[in-house]
Ligand binder design. Structure first.
Ligand SMILES: Cc1cc2nc3c(=O)[nH]c(=O)nc-3n(C[C@H](O)[C@H](O)[C@H](O)COP(=O)(O)O)c2cc1C
Length: 193
């Protein structure tokens, strides 16, 4: 039987994103974001929900830009670090040993070691309450060569992204393939009734 539970947003899985921003003085930093996702295909856009208290909020606002960086499973601790400590107090790139790489299309740093990075230009912002939703148009996409398949597209088994279970505090890997998009649904039409 299905029952109501405490009001929450258990939308599984949440992505594990580390956004990269320059602070108002140009120091590279960023933060972990789970409240994010693709919100448009043409133009390609990603939205991130950022609390106004975050130091990264000041950088996004100052430069109108951020990068979206996708950590691999082996980067779990470094990504988590970006979600615990503040760029107000320290340079998180120095603390984690990760390398900031200046974006070519926007004024925001990418994380060189993470397999995927997207340079985003802020095109909308909406104050929703606790968080401001920034919509970033993706203007350049980067990938480590070793994470690509033969067609030049990121291979999830090579990227090995982290996924996050909100309210549960756990990072997971991708897990097994359990279905195929735009295909499995067709079998319901094809079955005999
Ligand atoms: C798993 C995880 C998910 C998080 N998701 C978000 C988020 O979506 N939005 C947000 O404002 N803060 C989020 N945070 C908290 C920030 O990443 C954290 O407060 C960070 O230290 C802010 O850094 P800054 O002050 O340098 O910007 C998350 C933290 C963790 C560990």
């Amino acid at each position: 039987m299905k029952k109501t539970i405490s009001l929450s947003t258990p939308l599984y899985p949440a992505p594990c994103i580390v956004i990269g921003v320059y602070d108002p003085e140009g120091v590279p930093g960023g933060m972990f974001v789970a409240w994010g996702g693709v919100c448009c295909s043409e133009p390609p856009c990603i939205s991130v929900g950022i609390r106004k208290s975050r130091y990264s909020f000041e950088g996004i606002t100052a430069h109108g830009a951020f990068t979206v960086n996708i950590p691999s499973e082996e980067h779990a601790a470094q990504a988590d670090y970006f979600g615990i400590y503040s760029g107000r107090d320290e340079n998180k790139f120095i603390a984690t040993g990760l390398t900031p790489r200046r974006g070519e299309a926007v004024n925001a740093p990418m994380i060189e070691e993470f397999p995927l990075s997207m340079e985003c230009r802020v095109v909308h912002s909406h104050d929703l309450g606790s968080h401001v939703l920034f919509v970033g148009e993706v203007v350049r996409t980067w990938a480590l060569e070793e994470s690509l398949n033969d067609s030049g597209y990121p291979d999830p088994l090579k990227v090995r992204p982290l996924v996050f279970a909100p309210q549960y505090g756990a990072y997971y890997g991708l897990g097994d393939v359990v279905g195929h998009a735009f295909k499995d649904g067709r079998s319901l039409r094809e079955r005999e009734v």
